[in-house]
Design a protein around this ligand. Sequence first.
Ligand code: ZN
Ligand code: ZN
Length: 338
Amino acid sequence: MRALVCDRPGHVELRELPEPEPGPGEVVVRVEATLTCGTDLKLVRRGHPKVPFPTVLGHEFCGRVARIGAGAGFAAGERVTSAVTGACGECRDCREGRPNLCGTAFDHRVWGTWAEYVRVPARIVNRGLLRVPDGLPPRSAALLDPLASVLRGLARCGDVAGKTALVLGAGPIALLFTILLKRRGAGRVLVAGRNAGRLVAHEAEGAETVASGEALAGRLREFTGGHGADLVIEATGDRAVAEESVALSARGGTVLLFAGLSHDARLAVLAHRIHYDEVTLAGSFHYTPAEAREALGLLARGEIPTEHLVTGESPLEDFDAVFGRIAGGTDMKVAFLP
Ligand SMILES: [Zn+2]
Ligand SMILES: [Zn+2]
């Protein structure tokens, strides 16, 4: 089968690999659509401590069950998508309602979907492999993973109805936040980003926008009558922006650190905002199986407009051009059709 392999930082190539075989409880899926994601592009640029090279890239996918291992409860031809990882269901985090933090979940992951076939581990087949309803196009169903992550993020922010929100970053994750904040009745949503083309997509979903940088603080004061935003979503992964985000919150507001920072990164935030102004600093990571099901439900019911999220389609062969379009902000996400 053809697969996009990253064998060292900065180097991707299309290779011919053996097709995966399902072990007991596993299935192999023929990938119909698989999306680009910032995580993959970051991995290409600088590697990842948990992912040794060489690795097949990609983890957001939808396809049809092609081969079935002993005891896996699926039939050939069923269209499926899934959470990326499989929580164990038994550890302390799983028992206490935080399966997204399960320590072994990432050892059982669907990885390498930028290929014709991908193997789904037994844990995910049992708990996380979901049938895609008829009528939901594969490139939309493949949005399960980023959408579920954003549902998790919002679950950490409390009720957003009537609140003013500031979204830092304008990429696909930020756009999912804009869409869901508006759906859930947030008041005004201001999005700060560098790429003018991407900001247009946020405006189409009802947000107001500002170029990130010096203009932001002034625009936010205007926007909130000087109070700061009730909710600040940090979706850039830039340490300096994360530090600044605490200064942009209203008294009593919440700052969500959605984007990950490197493992040893420290933040210097204004401590008085946390104590005297009761600003809550929250984080969110990954998502629970319930949030994955909720994400697929929203997509299946057509409640998430996907046209500004998945903005292009491409065969695997054209990966270089696709990376260029994503890096330049011409596309939000591109669906590879392997
Ligand atoms: Zn992703
Ligand atoms: Zn667990």
